[in-house]
Design a binder for this molecule. Structure first.
Ligand code: BTN
Length: 258
C-alpha cells in the first residue's frame, strides 16, 4: 500500500491525519482508543487485521495485501436516535466511490452492506462512545473486498461474498478507492452536518437495492417478514408486515427474499 499516494489525493478534513499499520487487531478498536485525544477526521488504515470485527459480533475476514480495512473518527452533534444516519451516510459514500472508481453497479442493502451482483463486497461497522446518553464519538469502520480472488475467499462466505477483482475481472488500486471513499465521506458528512439529511436519505434510496423488496429481518430472537417500504428521518427501515402493521427498525440482520 502506498500511503503517500493516498495522502496526496485526500482533499478535505476527513483523512487530514492518516495512520497506517501493517497489521493490527482491528482499526475500529485503535480509533476508539485514540478518540478522546484526536481530532475529528482521523483515519486509520491497516493492511491486515487479526481481530477484524463485523456487525452483530461477527468476525471480519481481513487477509493482507488485498483489501481495504479502515476506520474514521467522527464527532457528530446528533441525537442517539439519529446515529443510523452516520452508517447510511458512510454507505452512500462507499457505494459512490466504488461506482466512480470501478464502474461496478454497487448498491446498498440496509443498513450497511455494500452489494455487487447480489453479493456482499463490503460492510460498515459504526461504533459509538457515549457520555450522558449523548454521542461523543462515532467510529466508522469500512471493510471492502478489493483484490481477493474467488478461491481466496473463505469457504463459508464464498457463495455470498465477492470482491471488486472478481466482478471486474482485473485488480484495482486500493489507494485510489481509499482516497475516493474518504473524499466522498468528507462531502456527504458536510451535507449531513449542514442540514442536508433529506438530500442524503434521497441519495441513499436511489442507491438502495432493499427498498420495494420482500425481506426478512432478524432482530435478536425475533424474525419479521414484510415489504421494505422506505427509510425514515432517523434512518430506520419502514417494514410493512403481511398484517398491514408497520415496524420501524433501527438495526437488524436483513435478507432480501427472491
Ligand atoms: C459488517 O459486518 O458488514 C461490517 C464489517 C466492517 C469491517 C471493517 S474492516 C475495518 C474496521 N475494523 C474492524 O474491525 N471492522 C471494520
Amino acid at each position: 500500500m502506498n500511503c503517500e499516494t493516498i495522502k496526496k489525493k485526500v482533499r478535505g478534513e476527513i483523512g487530514k491525519k492518516i495512520l497506517f499499520y501493517q497489521n493490527t487487531g482491528s482499526t475500529n478498536t485503535l480509533v476508539l482508543g485514540l478518540a478522546d485525544s484526536s481530532a475529528e477526521g482521523l483515519v486509520i488504515i491497516a493492511d491486515s487485521q487479526n481481530k477484524g470485527k463485523g456487525r452483530l459480533g461477527r468476525t471480519w475476514w481481513s487477509p493482507p495485501e488485498k483489501n481495504i480495512y479502515m476506520s474514521i473518527l467522527l464527532k457528530p452533534h446528533i441525537e442517539h436516535s439519529e446515529v443510523t444516519l452516520i452508517t447510511l451516510m458512510s454507505a452512500v459514500a462507499c457505494t459512490t466511490a466504488i461506482r466512480k472508481t470501478t464502474g461496478l453497479n454497487a448498491t446498498i442493502k440496509w443498513p450497511n452492506d455494500l452489494i455487487v451482483s447480489d453479493k456482499k463486497i463490503g460492510g460498515i461497522l459504526t461504533e459509538l462512545k457515549l457520555k450522558d446518553k449523548r454521542i461523543t464519538h462515532a467510529v466508522v469502520g469500512i471493510g471492502i473486498n478489493v483484490n481477493s480472488g474467488r478461491t481466496q475467499l473463505p469457504e463459508d462466505i464464498r457463495e455470498t461474498a465477492t470482491s471488486i477483482k472478481i466482478e471486474k475481472g482485473s485488480a484495482v488500486s486500493r489507494e485510489r478507492l481509499i482516497s475516493a471513499t474518504l473524499n466522498e465521506i468528507d462531502r456527504w458528512y458536510a451535507i449531513l452536518k449542514n442540514g442536508g439529511k433529506h438530500i442524503l436519505l434521497e441519495e441513499w434510496q436511489g442507491l438502495s437495492s432493499t427498498l420495494g423488496k420482500k425481506v426478512t429481518v432478524v432482530i435478536g430472537n425475533r424474525t419479521l417478514f414484510g415489504a421494505a417500504e422506505s427509510v425514515d428521518g432517523e434512518g430506520r427501515l419502514i417494514l410493512r408486515l403481511a398484517s398491514g402493521k408497520v415496524e420501524k427498525i433501527h438495526s437488524g440482520d436483513l435478507t432480501v427474499l427472491r
